[in-house]
Design a protein around this ligand. Structure first.
Ligand SMILES: *Cc1c(COP(=O)(O)O)cnc(C)c1O
Length: 436
């Protein structure tokens, strides 16, 4: 039968997307990353078709003996990396991890205190998102514009006054570490728990370049597994409290997942092993790159936030781009040059500026994974300058970007392994090669 046109369309869109985003763009979305070919191979398996409700070795389904081993391994590997006793890997995303933790810690009508939205709180922390869907009320901590962080003294007062069930720290626009220790003490003094949402910085924590919140008083970590931690899209929860772990495990299924997307588990395990061996070098380079990009952009006249604090301590750089036409216009212009960033609210923007905020958020973790270092950050800053300061046509710059990107198409910080490894090792066809 002749292939239907719509089928050709589907395949063409996928192929075009892969070529564009995987080979021709400078990807600077701070919440994204790229898996290694090894992890991709482990992702594309028959596990994507299966169910495994329940806990390993205690499932409601037959046929799960290998899934069980993998799931146990993911918990063990992530536990070693985070230096934590219990890891629940079944939440299928960071949002589901938050939903589970929040549900366990508070009942509808109870209160949570969250990092200020300006300090980067994720929508799932707010009454407009997951927290609200659970009927939990949010109260924001006071924000210190000068230090671009939670105002510690005022925050402690709020926690003591509100007496919430839990406090959430960690964020999505996240240049400097939140004051975990101080606020954990305040939370514990009113019998509240401290939840640390590590979605953005998980890779920096396991790479030992960002403080491990569990060592500073956090009771529970929720996270995604695909931002600075370069695994498949997914989530996890980690804690040293057996009681909390048991409650979380009882809540995630049946409340928030049935099928926990099993194919991401082997890919998460592969990524965890990569991070065990290469994570420190990777995290180190990410932070160097972010600092360098910030400095260069600043040199070219961009208003980079956090100058007096050294611009950034994470994978992110945030730029006030109002004098170049605002976040929406600039992000679009850069996209025409194959430079992918997102527009972002800045701490001093009114919340209703969300469609055209003053800022852009940049993350260097993906390009770092492809082997870029400080000198490549200089080139990227130059591309920004060409498009935005010199007014060069974005289509012209795009040609240069495509040429530049050709040298960085191989994922680093992984093992040198033949892609047909599984077949070679086990003589079983395990890889469905959907990569283009
Ligand atoms: C991205 C993000 C999440 C949500 O993660 P998903 O996996 O996209 O659901 C949660 N919290 C923070 C702080 C984030 O940045």
């Amino acid at each position: 039968m002749k292939l239907p046109g719509e089928l050709i369309d589907v395949l063409r869109y996928v192929a075009e997307h892969n070529r564009w985003r995987k080979l021709e763009c400078i990807n600077l979305i701070a919440s994204e990353n790229a898996m290694s070919p090894l992890a991709e191979a482990a992702y594309l398996t028959d596990m994507m078709h299966r169910y495994a409700e329940g806990k390993p070795r205690k499932r409601y389904y037959q046929g799960t003996k290998y899934v069980d081993e993998i799931e146990i391994l993911v918990s063990k590997l992530m536990g070693e990396l985070l230096e934590v006793q219990f890891v629940e890997p079944r939440p299928i995303s960071g949002t589901i991890a938050n939903a589970t933790a929040f549900r366990v810690l508070a009942a509808p009508g109870e209160k949570a205190v969250i990092a200020p939205v300006q300090a980067g709180a994720h929508v799932s922390h707010t009454k407009f998102g997951t927290l609200g869907a659970l009927g939990i009320e949010h109260i924001e901590l006071p924000y210190d514009q000068e230090n671009m962080n939670v105002d510690v003294d005022k925050a402690i007062k709020v926690i003591e006054e509100v007496r919430p069930r839990f406090v959430v720290l960690g964020g999505s626009v996240y240049l400097f570490p939140h004051p975990v220790k101080e606020l954990a003490e305040a939370a514990h003094s009113v019998d509240a728990k401290l939840v640390y949402d590590a979605a953005h910085v998980l890779g920096l924590i396991v790479g030992k370049r960002w403080r491990n919140p569990l060592k500073h008083g956090a009771d529970i970590i929720t996270s995604s597994t695909h931002k600075t931690f370069p695994g498949p899209q997914g989530g996890l929860i980690a804690t040293n409290s057996e009681d909390l772990y048991k409650k979380v495990s009882k809540a995630v299924f049946p409340l928030f997942v049935s099928n926990h997307h099993l194919h991401r588990l082997p890919a998460t395990a592969v990524t965890a092993i990569e991070m065990k061996y290469f994570g420190e070098a990777y995290a180190d380079q990410i932070i160097r790159n972010a600092k360098r990009l910030a400095e260069k952009l600043h040199e070219y006249g961009f208003k980079v936030l956090g100058e007096h604090l050294g611009f950034t301590q994470s994978h992110q750089v945030v730029v006030d781009i109002k004098n170049f036409g605002g976040g929406a216009k600039v992000a679009k212009l850069l996209e025409e040059a194959n430079i992918i960033v997102n527009k972002n609210l800045l701490p001093y923007d009114p919340p209703d500026a969300i469609k055209d905020p003053s800022g852009i958020r940049i993350g260097v973790q993906e390009m770092t994974r492809y082997g870029m270092k400080e000198s490549e950050m200089d080139v990227i800053a130059e591309f920004f300058k060409k498009v935005l300061v010199d007014g060069k046509k974005p289509e012209e710059v795009r040609k240069e970007v495509i040429e530049f990107r050709k040298n960085y198409t191989e994922v680093k910080y992984t093992f040198d392994a033949d892609l047909n490894l599984f077949e070679a090792l086990f003589r079983i066809p395990m890889i469905i090669d959907l990569r283009f």
